[in-house]
Structure formats: structure tokens, C-alpha cells
Design a protein around this ligand. Structure first.
Ligand code: GCB
Length: 591
């Protein structure tokens, strides 16, 4: 294929080379309900090039315009098929020592065969890629997604051939307008770190499927379900739940159907994490999910699960492992959940961004309640409308992804954001969006304490169902006695969860309770914290910071050595610090 004359100069001089890739934005609107569907995996070995200057996008390598009219090759700056390979999904930082601190574009490519069946629609799903991802199939730009932790889907029905070349560029450069912004207290892993899959569907398919107890009624025997189709057509869908003897028809009009019916599910709780196989079908399409039924609510200062008051015995957790970065294996996820169980938890905070959806699926089975969060972290560009759209999109993608998970009880719209007017408007709107899309859960955020007035006084609290509070009394706030004062000065009219407290301790480093960085000092702070918090009637849960140590570019002391050491366990999770047992004891003896 021939390149236009002068293409070379255009490639290097064009300043806004990215604008053409802003079209075809993939958003929460493009999501497809994919539980129980047959998928073909594109995981495995991809060729890749580290493209620090974004030359693939500037020079449109994906067009593969190799030859002039006489068949002579143009000079080329890439060699897709000769490039080295990397196994996906993965964080590239963990794959090559010299990429450990790289932040920027990586071009991934591979070929694959596909035999398209008549009348099917085909989509590519990427579980997550950090942060901006652009997909090209057979020379054509098919879509762009922003946001580093949620899944996205793009239709490729008309682009597929028997033999295909796919190219995905993925750029994890930090940026003050993104969610999160450039400064975070965790490591900015890059790459396509969750699975890449092909999903083949009939012409008309079930695009969204939600099922839960009816949140508008105080009943435990009424189930509601919403079905949205890919197309605006009329018809009848079916829902079956064999173990509940449910088989109902759903009348669908203009692509949407709602049904409400009686059933007697055993309620989902951490002690009885019962999930039912639920099937839905419309025309040739079938989906299948495993769903638990429970009700979460707030009454005054109390959090109730199925009408019974519950105290959230929790722990915070990042999505990270020493060997795999964010690309955890299911075994590693299970290890984290079991470690929380061993600690005596009935609840976890999945900080500070959406973790893999298998985490919630496993929590459904193990009986662990979850707080899920979007990375509206610290000083977001609250004045910027595009930044808001990005945050909202990440929130909607998360909610749509995990709507049917009984374990997820709280959506968090952010963490530690200063109480300014623009932040209030931004985050209030996120709260309202979450509530509009999902009436079956509570909405919260991890707020800052007003240390000057020593009071819980974040204006966002008015809009939340539960107020989350991060407080570091005894650590960043050296005078521990500030905590009882804050708690005494405050009289919230809703439950409070202490979303963070903690202290750094290097595993195996001992000292007196005054020696910062020693296990003894950390354990003492935990002792004082739980002793104080236990007495406060409106504190209805806690997720101390954090289950295990994690990589952190901001932590430069010799003790820390680029790790945040507030873990109750060492980073490899093999060693439990003294504070682990303090919290375990507290949870064990809590009534
Ligand atoms: C916080 C942040 C968390 C940090 C932690 C710390 O308040 O929410 O992301 O890692 O403090 O260790 O300072």
C-alpha cells in the first residue's frame, strides 16, 4: 500500500497527533454482560515494542503501509513479528529489569486466526490496561479507552478476517488530569494486566443483566431483575433459578425488561455465603451468573445486613504482589482473602481503584463483605469537566461490572480529598450517579478529618450513607490523644467507618513502643486505636491500613526502601508482624 507523499514530515511535525485517537472513545455504554459466556482467550505471548516517543501513533504504524508503487519497501521503524515477546496479561515493569521504572507507551501486537460464523457479532474485551489504551485491528483504529482498572469492550465484527493483526498501544504516563492524578502513594504499574478475550454473540444479545432483592421493599422474598438488550426490540426473556424453583418470563419492550417475583432465597451473609445459579435467555442468547441475595442498609448510626446490625471487621488491601505487580493470579487473590479471614475479618476495603472482578466473585463464595473504590485520590483536577467524565465513567464501569456481587456492599467515590467547593460538586455528583444506577448498595468515601477543629466535618458527608474517615493518630498526628478528642467532638447522624489508621513497621525490626518503624511501635498504635474506637457507638467498622507492605515510589527512607511498610504482613505475606495479632485478638473478642 502506498503512503502519501510527504508523510514522513507530517509524522514528525504534527503536534496534536493524538486528537484522531480521541474519537471512538470506549465508555461504560459499551459494556457487555459477560458472565457465563463462552470466550476465546488472546492471552499469552505478544510481540511488543517500548515506544517512549509514541511513534506508533504519530506515524500510524498500524496501517502497515510498507511498499511504494514499485514494491520497494519504505524505511520502517518497527518489526512487529520480530520484536521480543511478553506474556499477557502482565505488568511490563515486572517483565524486564530495565522496564521497572518505565512510564509511557508500549505497543503490543500479535496475529490470530478467526473463523467468523454467519450472523454473529464479535467483541474484544480487555479486563484492564493502565491507563490509555488504543486498539487497532487489521490496519484500522477501532477504539480508545481511558482508566486503568476497569474492563472495556469493542465491537470488531466488520474488521475481522480469517487472519488478523491486532495492535494495542498502552500508555501509563501519569498526568494531573487523570483519575488518579500524577501523585499517589502506590506504584504506577503499566501494561495490559488483565485478560484479553474474544466474545462472540448472536445478532441480538443480553447487554446488561441485574438481579437482586427488591431494594424498594423491606421484603426478603421479592426479587427484581432488569434486562437490557443490545437492540431496541420487543420480545420475551426468561430467567431461571433452578434451586429456587424460579422460572419467569420477562416482557421486553424497546430492548428493556423489568420483572419482579417472589422467591425464598437463603440470605447471603458472611457466615452463610449462599449463591444461586441464575440463568437468563433471550432468543439465541444465554447468560449465567452465580448470585447471592442480601440487603444492606443503614438505620441511624447502624449498618444492617439483612436487617441485623453488623460491625465491619475489616482490613484494607492493595492489588499487588512482589512477583506480578498488579497482575495477580487467582491463587494470590485467594491468599489475600484467606489472610483477611485468618485476621478475623468479615469485610475488606479494596483500595484505591477497582481490583480484578474475581476478587468479588471469590469474596461472594468465601463470605467477605467488600468496599470497592475508584481512584479519585488526593488532589484530582476537580475543576476539569473531562476529568469528571473520566471519574464518572470509571465508577459506572465498576458498578456495571460488579452489580450482581452480593459481597460488594459499598461504592466509594474517593479518598482523602480536600474539602473545596469544586471537589464537593464533583464528588457529590459521583455519589448521585452511583445512587441512580444502584439502589442496592451504600455509598461512601474515605474523608479527611478536620485536625484544626478536631472534628469530623467533611461537607461531602451530607451526601454519603456512611462516612469513611482516615486518621493517623499516633503516626502522622503524633499526639494520639487527638483521636479521642475528635471522636468526642463529633456527633455524626450516620455510621462512621475508620477507613484507615496505621503505622510503618519493618518486618522483624524490634524496639520500644517509641521507636518509629519497629513492630513494637506499630503494635502499640494498633492497641491504642482499637481500645479507643471500640468505645465509640457510631463507629461501625474499620479497615486499618493495610494487609501487607506494598511498593511505593514516595517512600525513600532506608527503612522503607521504596515500600510502604504499614502492612500487618511483610510484602511477601510470609511474615506476620506483631500488630497482626493485636487486630486479630480485637476482632476475635468483639461481640
Ligand atoms: C493514606 C492514603 C494511603 C496511604 C497511607 C499512608 O491516607 O489513603 O493511600 O498509603 O495514607 O501510608 O500514608
Amino acid at each position: 500500500m502506498k503512503k502519501e507523499e510527504g508523510y514522513f514530515q507530517e509524522d514528525i511535525h504534527k503536534k496534536d497527533y493524538l486528537s484522531i485517537y480521541e474519537e471512538k472513545k470506549i465508555t461504560s455504554e459499551s459494556m457487555i454482560f459477560d458472565a457465563g459466556r463462552k470466550k476465546e482467550s488472546l492471552d499469552g505471548y505478544w510481540n511488543y515494542g517500548v515506544d517512549q516517543y509514541d511513534t506508533c501513533l504519530r506515524a500510524k504504524w498500524y496501517e502497515e503501509r510498507y511498499y511504494d508503487e514499485d514494491g520497494r519497501p519504505y524505511p520502517m521503524d518497527y518489526s512487529f513479528d520480530e520484536w521480543p515477546t511478553m506474556k499477557l496479561p502482565s505488568c511490563f515493569n515486572m517483565q524486564r529489569e530495565d522496564l521497572k521504572l518505565y512510564e509511557g507507551s508500549v505497543v503490543y501486537t500479535r496475529t490470530f486466526y478467526y473463523e467468523r460464523k454467519k450472523a454473529e457479532r464479535v467483541f474484544i474485551k480487555i479486563g484492564a490496561a493502565n491507563y490509555t489504551c488504543r486498539i487497532f485491528l487489521n490496519g484500522r483504529f477501532v477504539g480508545m479507552h481511558k482508566g486503568g482498572s476497569t474492563p472495556f469492550y469493542v465491537e470488531v465484527t466488520n474488521d475481522l478476517k480469517p487472519h488478523n493483526r491486532i495492535i494495542i498501544t498502552c500508555d501509563n504516563k501519569r498526568n494531573s488530569l487523570q483519575i488518579p492524578m500524577e501523585n499517589t502513594d502506590w506504584f504506577n504499574y503499566g501494561g495490559i494486566y488483565r485478560s484479553i478475550e474474544i466474545i462472540s454473540l448472536p445478532q441480538v444479545f443480553i447487554k446488561d443483566f441485574r438481579i437482586s432483592l427488591d431494594s424498594s421493599e423491606n421484603s426478603y422474598t421479592r426479587i427484581v431483575s432488569d434486562i437490557r438488550l443490545s437492540d431496541s426490540i420487543d420480545g420475551t426473556a426468561h430467567i431461571t433459578i433452578p434451586d429456587l424453583n424460579v422460572s419467569v418470563e420477562v416482557s421486553v419492550k424497546d430492548g428493556y425488561g423489568h420483572v419482579s417475583f417472589e422467591a425464598e432465597p437463603e440470605l447471603w451473609t458472611p457466615d452463610t455465603p449462599v449463591c444461586y445459579e441464575v440463568m437468563a435467555e433471550f432468543g439465541e442468547d444465554r447468560i449465567k451468573d452465580e448470585v447471592g441475595f442480601r440487603r444492606i442498609s443503614v438505620m441511624g448510626n447502624t449498618i444492617c445486613l439483612n436487617g441485623t446490625p453488623v460491625f465491619l471487621k475489616g482490613i484494607s488491601c492493595h492489588e499487588e504482589s512482589i512477583t506480578n505487580g498488579k497482575a495477580l493470579t487467582d491463587e494470590e487473590r485467594m491468599e489475600n482473602l484467606l489472610l483477611a479471614k485468618e485476621l478475623g475479618c468479615n469485610y475488606m476495603r479494596l483500595a484505591h481503584y477497582p481490583h480484578h472482578d474475581n476478587m468479588a466473585r471469590m469474596a461472594d463464595k468465601l463470605g467477605i463483605l467488600l468496599w470497592e473504590e475508584i481512584p479519585v485520590y488526593w488532589a484530582i483536577a476537580f475543576d476539569n469537566p473531562d476529568t469528571y467524565e473520566d471519574a464518572k465513567n470509571q465508577l459506572l464501569e465498576l458498578i456495571k461490572r460488579d452489580y450482581n456481587r452480593a459481597s460488594v456492599i459499598i461504592w466509594s467515590v474517593g479518598n482523602e480529598n480536600a474539602d473545596t467547593d469544586s471537589r464537593l460538586g464533583f464528588m457529590k455528583n459521583l455519589v448521585l450517579s452511583a445512587k441512580e444506577l444502584d439502589t442496592t448498595r451504600l455509598v461512601s468515601a474515605a474523608c479527611l478529618v478536620d485536625y484544626t477543629r478536631k472534628i469530623i466535618a467533611d461537607r461531602l458527608g451530607d451526601y454519603l450513607d456512611i462516612i469513611g474517615i482516615n486518621e493517623y493518630c499516633g503516626w502522622y498526628i503524633p499526639d494520639f490523644d487527638t483521636l479521642p478528642q475528635i471522636l468526642e467532638n463529633s456527633a455524626p447522624d450516620k455510621p462512621v467507618i475508620i477507613t484507615e489508621f496505621g503505622a510503618d513497621a519493618r518486618a522483624g525490626h524490634r524496639g520500644t513502643i517509641y521507636d518509629k518503624g519497629s513492630e513494637d511501635c506499630q503494635a502499640e498504635i494498633y492497641r491504642k486505636q482499637v481500645e479507643t474506637l471500640e468505645k465509640i457507638p457510631y463507629v461501625k467498622g474499620m479497615t486499618p491500613w493495610i494487609l501487607y507492605d506494598f511498593r511505593c515510589p514516595r517512600r525513600l527512607s532506608v527503612l522503607q526502601n521504596y515500600y510502604n511498610l504499614k502492612g500487618l504482613c511483610s510484602a511477601d505475606k510470609k511474615y506476620k508482624k506483631m500488630a497482626f495479632y493485636v487486630l486479630q485478638d480485637f476482632y476475635k473478642n468483639l461481640k
